[in-house]
Design a protein around this ligand. Structure first.
Ligand SMILES: [Zn+2]
Length: 201
């Protein structure tokens, strides 16, 4: 027997989320059916608003409110303007901020260079980092915090080769972060140690 069309569509939508298989998708869909009308309306509104009211910061590429661009970090004069932490995604920024141990700026690549996936430097938020550095002589160090896997390393090497001739110090997180680990899953102490023990590329 086939599910009625509206529930089939809801199951399909859930199944598009990462880590959600067909079985979980149908469980979530039926759970949604059982929710109160107001809860469902709030849920739907939260989904639409997240998409409509969030944009990326014109300077660093991190997510920000549409009416707060540049973002709160880029516009905070108390942040150390000489250091830029380059990360793969907005979740990595949150992970670092939660350590309360880093007070510089960020640049969010929204991806990594990945020859196997056909993702080149122009496909991620890298050209804007180059522009940012060429128009801002306050930045003295770039810490590369891409993940400790092949694509993350390739991206770090690429950034290093690109920036070193310009006289910018490029460092890489120490890997107490185990190989293959994502920085947004690392615990706070491991992250703090990784930043403290960073090495020059
Ligand atoms: Zn920003």
């Amino acid at each position: 027997m086939q599910y009625p069309e509206p529930i089939a569509r809801l199951i399909d939508s859930y199944a598009k989320l990462p880590g959600i298989g067909a079985k979980t998708a149908s469980r979530l869909a039926f759970y949604t059916l059982g929710m109160g009308e107001q809860d469902v309306a709030n849920f739907a509104k939260a989904l639409t608003a997240a998409k409509a009211d969030i944009t990326v910061c014109e300077i660093c590429g991190n997510i920000t409110d549409r009416d707060q661009n540049p973002c709160v970090i880029c516009t905070d004069p108390s942040r150390d303007q000489s250091t830029v932490f380059v990360v793969q995604n907005a979740r990595d920024v949150m992970a670092m901020e939660n350590t309360h141990d880093y007070h510089g700026l960020y640049h969010v690549l929204n991806g990594v260079i990945s020859p196997s996936a056909g993702t080149g430097p122009e496909d991620i938020n890298l050209p804007s980092l180059i522009r940012r550095l060429s128009t801002n002589d306050q930045i003295k160090e770039v810490i590369v915090g891409t993940n400790a896997n092949a694509d993350g390393e390739a991206t770090a090497m690429y950034i290093s080769r690109l920036l070193k001739p310009a006289g910018i110090k490029v460092t890489r997180l120490a890997h107490g972060l185990s190989v293959g680990s994502d920085i947004d899953y690392a615990d706070q102490l491991t992250l703090i140690r990784a930043v403290e023990g960073r090495t020059e590329l």
